[in-house]
Ligand binder design. Structure first.
Ligand code: UDP
Length: 375
């Protein structure tokens, strides 16, 4: 039985599901409101410098799941890349994530790993057992001084909210290390697609059973034309914002072109309020195997998204997510539709998790179909 399936969104979530179901023989139509595929992973070369640009902010592929790493490496060649972030704070340059170098430099010391561990344990607030928000998580993990220097102002710039209203999970994304390992991610697999992310998504969508409609928004009135819909657009947009708008942060990028090397690293964070932007990414450093005489940088500014803006970060709060709960309840009542991905499930998802969940959603759907068939 070949079904007509509608998919909203041509980012990783939508493209993975489209590919899996197309391979199983179903007829897929993918609706993408933008004029390009790949969602916020969209990358393309700058016309003038030929530098690969991540148009919606830096995307570095990393995962701890071997099957997801195998999956992406089948889509395209992944080049070795390790994200090593530098952080500007209080007039100094530090290494991020917080590691032994950061700690020794910040406290002007020469501590060994075990000394630093003990030292930070004394700085940390051990009375906090179950951190209820970002600020408590920071106090428990690293104490007030490192929190003030690296996280407080950056987080207010990034989220537009006080860190004591944001979930602890946001800070848990970042490791704290008592050695000199300055890899930003803890995952064993990390890399950059040799020609950017767009060809990976293109490969997924290149299937005779998939019709791609760019500049086309899927809306709820179209649902009955399909046996099933996978929706990776914004959850509140699907319901025409009828309960209100869920908050998102959007980003503005100010592009500059320079000669030579601007900052000597792919990502430099501005952790205090000396600059209104959160970070500068210099994209030629994401492709260290290439050589370019000029350079393109993006200063990244975060602000609250309107319904017209590109949504980037869903804003979950540490204590009250009533509106989200109401939308999730509405979503559960719908038949023949699965909400997927960062926007469809309103979660702060990395690419590897989006792919993994999309593979699982496809598998569950196909299994449910085959059970129906045999009944
Ligand atoms: N963060 C911070 N200072 C930094 C880097 C990160 O305070 O220099 C906080 C901030 O709240 C951010 C979160 O940690 O939103 C997660 O950081 P990550 O680098 O994972 O953010 P992303 O690259 O997804 O924007």
């Amino acid at each position: 039985m070949n079904l007509k399936i509608g998919i909203a969104g041509a980012g990783f979530s939508g493209a993975v599901i489209a590919n899996e179901l197309a391979k199983a023989g179903h007829q897929i139509t993918v609706f993408e409101p933008r004029k390009h595929i790949a969602g916020n992973c969209y990358s393309s070369r700058d016309d003038e410098s030929n530098i690969m640009q991540h148009h919606f902010g830096p995307h570095i592929f990393h995962t701890d799941k071997a099957h997801i790493w195998e999956y992406v490496t089948r889509l395209g060649q992944m080049m070795p890349f390790t994200n090593r972030v530098k952080a500007m704070s209080q007039g100094q340059v530090y290494s991020l994530p917080i590691n032994l170098h950061t700690i020794n430099q910040f406290f002007n010391a020469q501590m060994s790993p075990s000394e630093a561990k003990e030292f930070i344990a004394c700085k940390a607030d051990s009375s906090i057992k179950q951190p209820q928000n970002f600020e408590e998580q920071a106090h428990k993990l690293i104490g007030e001084q490192l929190y003030q220097a690296f996280f407080k102002d950056y987080t207010i710039k990034q989220w537009g909210r006080s860190p004591d209203t944001l979930p602890a999970s946001i800070l848990k994304r970042l490791p704290v290390r008592f050695n000199y390992d300055d890899n930003y991610f803890n995952h064993p697999f990390q890399g950059m697609p040799i020609e950017g992310y767009t060809p990976l998504i293109q490969k997924l969508l290149d299937h005779p059973n998939i019709t791609l409609r760019l500049n086309s928004t899927f809306d709820a009135t179209m649902k009955n034309q399909y046996a099933h819909v996978f929706f990776s657009g914004p959850l509140d947009a699907y319901f025409d914002y009828k309960l209100g708008k869920l908050p998102y942060r959007t980003l503005d990028f100010h592009k500059e072109v320079h000669e030579g090397d601007y900052q000597g690293n792919a990502v430099v964070n501005y952790c205090d309020n000396s600059q209104a932007y959160t970070r500068i990414s210099e994209h030629k450093h994401f492709t260290p195997w290439e050589s370019h005489s000029s350079t393109v940088i993006f200063k990244e500014y975060s602000r609250e998204a309107t319904a017209e803006d590109t949504p980037y970060y869903p804003v979950r709060l540490s204590d009250d997510n009533t509106l989200l709960d109401q939308y999730v309840e509405l979503a559960k009542q719908q038949k023949n539709i699965t909400f997927v991905g960062r926007l469809g499930t309103y979660r702060y998802l990395d690419m590897d998790t989006s792919i993994d969940e999309a593979l699982t959603a496809s598998k569950l759907f196909l299994e449910a179909l085959s059970t129906q068939k045999t009944m």
